[in-house]
Design a protein around this ligand. Structure first.
Ligand code: HEM
Length: 919
């Protein structure tokens, strides 16, 4: 594949932070030339401006129709103003039936290249990311209701599943403001939403809609008593700013951000009790809209284009605005780094960028560097780069991201990973969305979206339900065919010209796009072997060379980088007026201090456990170990590992992994050193348990016996994990049960101990509770595993674990002044589990999973008798018996949950061994 077609800046990231800086400079330079060369509009602002009066309120509030943001051009960015263009006018002319509108047949493109054959997930992000971007699109753009008259008629291609005949597509509503003197311009359409990033999907783009959602009390929006969205009587669709193309993903987002508005309004009432409803509403809208814009800039975008350069670019986009906030420090640090490098005679950045002619001078231009790196630092005045701000047709085009949609919503119970329900997305659309919210529960849906993936933006991944979608008052449509037709109808150039226009290299051959032989054959057939004919959307979905971490390709990104910045730097409320005076100090803090995780959690408190450690709500939720994990309270750690580790990766009973033979070689590895040296609760990446690979785990509570003399954790430990497993496959070397117990400590590493019956186990007795276990087992002559020999690589007493450190610290983290530890402890199966299970061959895990939470599982006994060794085995047995008979009960281990088998329990959780040497 000829890679030379594609941009080269992503490769710079491999050069560490200076490479990232160099990448940022390239992006900044690209954006600069896009601003210079790719902003076109022909709107009649003067005519509209004469009809607009910007009153006192508009100085510090967003107007419902988007007027008066730019006070000297008040119509700029307002509702019904035309979409601008990012391509020269001569490249932006509409295709019609008289020329190429139907060529190649768009339904054939939909059938052959778009329709999903199998679901291809985008695994770096979660499904919230998909609904989020539609939620944003509904803030930014809409071409309004299509025209019912004179549809575009598409002949059905041969072999179409709809048979022979035609498919009708309604035309985009034409621009009624066009006048004869504008004939030389390409086709134009008007935005039915305000162009601003102002939350208009919630607040609407006119006063009537805005009024319909307000409660006119305390600045709040209307909600039902149970905090759900009010709905339209007939359709059942929520009443909100923009409620088209509705489905449950939008219900979830509208629900939390309407609730967020009200939380902001309540905060403002507390701080400003004498202000009017209008004042409170206006401020709450400003704050809520800015919070959404920030979440999109510094959370959604870095998740979907997870590349160090773009992440920094997005941070600069947002925090460049602020001047004195924390986020800016990161940008400043980069700037300093760069300045130091540029001063050097062998400057790395000059070397890598100096090779391209456009950088030769720029690297000596302080103003360029400052602007590039600071993003928008210092540009506190709105700056539209000489062209009135509007979103563009090309912008709309690259956001046609329908392949992000899955076919089904998989619903899970909070914390769990067992599928509880699967709902076809078409059954969650329009009025059904709120029913699904009610029946499944918003919190379960958030959790489920958090752990599942959207579709990837590639060919043959367009959900079939959207290719056969029933739209109220319109009928059945094929949205994939429509997506293709819309670009042609609206004058968005075909792929190669699109790329040329926005400063990218055109492709030379179909092979530049993909190496997939089947796709290549289809592409060549449809497009007559002519790369110039490829549709913009098809080319974008076909791009297999993508900047690292990107969920979409560079063509879409180019439009992105320009418009993402423009949405912010042209807006008075994100530049001059992003101030304490206009937003209130509390309002600015609200925007800066809250994240999407905070918003979801605030309105779905039941998700608190699932969101622990999740720092980007759009990345798959899972077990994330936050930096400050070690400092947490013990019970929080237990809960985190349990909910986001064990439950999230639970195996269904009929899918338990098979018990494997022991990997003896694997034992003789660094892993053993980790086992004794590492203090972590979670294994390092790539770790597999060489012994005891499969088992079950439960949350447990250790209740100390009154008067027990031992200290520290032996005095009681409310939060622990108990894992029961067998050494290896019982068919292989007999049934050898073992346990590992972790006791969590506030702010300190956990305490751990493991125990066995004997090294070689209990033969063909498969009852897990047939024998008691201990952390010390006598060396056996008949030991078949060689385990003790292997462990002796790291300890002189391979069969003995110490519990001294358990006696030295309490659950509260307090250190015990004079610790008292036993030499040996015994885990004696309780009466509730003794004799309950079959001794014949079977899967012991199924027995354990059936034990209910609350069951007492072990009585724990302990002795202080010295452990003596002998070269004679019979003497060792005698010593062992003496110790055992001297042992006294010191407490009980009770289940705080049922046992579960999980991938986390099998390979994620880590139980440290305390060596004899480390006692
Ligand atoms: C179940 C979910 C969705 C449904 C039912 C849906 C449906 C539709 C429909 C009916 C249209 C108008 C087609 C026309 O021009 O006649 C449309 C347009 C569009 N959709 Fe979706 N969509 C969904 C999700 C998404 C998602 C996830 C995105 C991601 C960004 C998205 C982006 C767009 C864009 C950019 C347009 C063009 C808007 C315009 O022409 O002004 N949609 N969608």
């Amino acid at each position: 594949m000829a890679n030379s077609v594609w941009v080269t800046w992503p490769a710079l990231t491999k050069f560490g932070s200076l490479g990232v800086v160099a990448g940022l400079l390239v992006l900044a330079s690209e954006r600069e030339s896009l601003f210079e060369n790719n902003l076109f509009d022909f709107e009649k602002y003067d005519e509209y401006n004469t009809q607009i009066v910007c009153d006192e309120r508009s100085l510090t509030a967003r107007m419902e129709d988007g007027t008066c943001n730019i006070l000297d051009n008040p119509a700029e960015g307002s509702v019904f103003r035309r979409f601008g263009r990012n391509v020269e006018f001569q490249s932006g002319f509409q295709e019609t039936e008289d020329d190429t509108l139907l060529s190649p047949n768009p339904r054939d493109v939909s059938n052959s290249l778009m329709g999903r054959d199998e679901f291809k997930p985008a695994t770096s992000v979660n499904f919230i990311a998909a609904s989020w971007i539609q939620f944003m699109v509904h803030d930014w753009v809409s071409h309004g209701e299509n025209d019912a008259e004179n549809p575009i008629v598409v002949p059905l291609p041969a072999g179409d599943e709809l048979g022979s005949g035609t498919l009708e597509i309604r035309r985009t509503q034409s621009d009624s403001t066009r006048t004869a003197d504008e004939d030389g311009y390409p086709v134009s359409y008007r935005n039915a939403n305000t162009h601003w990033w102002d939350g208009s999907q919630i607040y609407g783009s006119n006063k009537e809609t805005s009024d319909s959602i307000r409660s006119f009390d305390g600045g709040r929006l209307k909600l039902n008593d149970n905090n759900t969205l009010p709905t339209e009587f007939m359709s059942g669709v929520p009443i909100t700013g923009f409620n088209e193309n509705w489905w449950v993903g939008l219900s979830m987002l509208h629900n939390v951000f309407v609730n967020e508005h009200n939380a902001i309004a309540d905060m403002l009432v507390n701080n400003y009790p004498n202000q009017s409803d209008q004042w409170l509403f206006d401020k709450a809208r400003l704050i809520n809209a800015a919070l959404m814009a920030k979440i999109h800039t510094v959370e959604w975008t870095p998740a979907i284009i997870a590349n160090p350069v773009t992440e920094k670019a997005m941070y600069a986009n947002w925090w460049g605005l602020l001047g004195d906030r924390e986020g800016r420090d990161q940008i400043q640090a980069l700037a300093e780094n760069l300045a130091e490098d540029l001063d050097k005679t062998d400057s790395f950045v000059k070397r890598v960028l100096g090779f391209s002619p456009e950088f030769k001078d720029k690297l000596d231009d302080a103003a360029f560097i400052e602007h590039a790196l600071g993003g928008l630092v210092g540009s506190r005045e709105p700056d539209n780069a000489g062209t009135a701000y509007s979103l563009t047709e090309e912008f709309v085009s690259v956001y046609r991201m329908h392949p992000l949609l899955r076919d089904n919503i998989e619903v899970y119970d909070i914390g769990a990973n067992m599928l509880s329900d699967s709902i076809a997305i078409e059954d969650t659309t329009e009025g059904d969305a709120e029913d699904v919210m009610a029946s499944e529960g918003a919190d379960r849906l958030w959790y489920s979206f958090g752990i599942t993936h959207p579709g990837s933006l590639t060919l043959k991944n367009y959900p079939q339900f959207l290719r056969n979608l029933s739209v109220p008052l319109v009928g059945d449509i094929d949205l994939a065919t429509i997506d293709i037709v819309r670009d042609r109808e609206r004058g968005v150039p075909r792929y190669n010209e699109f790329r040329r226009q926005i400063g990218l290299n055109p492709i030379n051959a179909f092979e530049d796009l993909t190496a997939d032989a089947v796709l290549l054959a289809e592409l060549k057939r449809l497009y007559d072997n002519d790369v110039e004919k490829i549709d913009a959307l098809v080319g974008q979905l076909a791009e297999t060379v993508r900047p690292e971490g990107f969920a979409f390709g560079e063509t879409a990104f180019q439009i992105f980088i320009m418009n993402a910045s423009r949405r912010l730097i042209t807006d008075r409320f994100y530049t001059t007026d992003y101030t304490d005076e206009v937003y209130t100090a509390e309002g600015i803090d609200w925007v800066e201090n809250n994240t999407m995780v905070d918003v979801i959690r605030r309105h779905n408190p039941s998700l608190a456990g699932s969101l622990v450690g999740v720092d980007n709500a759009f990345k798959p939720w899972g077990l994330n170990m936050p930096d400050d994990y070690d400092s947490w309270a013990g019970c929080e750690k237990e809960q985190h590992l349990w909910v986001n580790g064990a439950m999230r990766t639970e195996f269904a009973v009929d899918e338990l992994p098979s018990l494997e033979k022991i990997d003896v070689l694997g034992l003789i590895s660094r892993v053993l050193w980790d086992k004794v040296n590492d203090e972590k609760d979670v294994t390092p990446p790539g770790y597999t348990k060489p012994l005891h690979a499969h088992g079950v785990m439960a949350k447990v509570d250790f209740v100390a016996e009154e008067g027990s003399p031992y200290t520290g954790m032996f005095e009681g430990a409310g939060c622990g994990l108990l894992r029961l497993s067998v050494t290896g496959s019982p068919d292989d070397r007999g049934f050898a049960p073992g346990l590992a117990w972790k006791l969590f400590v506030d702010g300190k590493p956990s305490q751990n101990v493991s125990a066995l019956y004997t090294l070689s186990g209990q033969g063909d007795n498969y009852d897990f509770f047939a024998n008691e276990m201990s952390q010390y087992v006598s060396p056996e002559l008949n030991e078949t595993l060689g385990t003790s020999a292997i462990f002796s690589a790291v300890t002189s007493k391979p069969t003995r674990l110490m519990v001294n450190s358990m006696s030295e610290v309490k659950q509260s983290g307090d250190v015990v002044a004079s610790a008292k530890a036993p030499t040996q402890i015994y885990f004696v199966p309780s009466e509730g589990v003794t004799g309950e299970f079959a001794t014949s061959a079977h899967d012991f895990r199924e027995d354990l999973i059936s034990i209910p939470s609350g069951t007492k599982i072990y009585d724990v006994y302990a002795t202080t008798k010295k452990i003596k060794y002998s070269i004679f085995n019979w003497l060792n047995s005698r010593y062992a018996n003496e110790r055992r008979s001297s042992a006294e009960k010191i407490g009980e281990i009770r289940l705080d949950s049922a046992f579960t088998a999980s991938a986390f329990g099998d390979s994620g959780v880590f139980f440290k061994h305390q060596r004899y040497e480390d006692r």
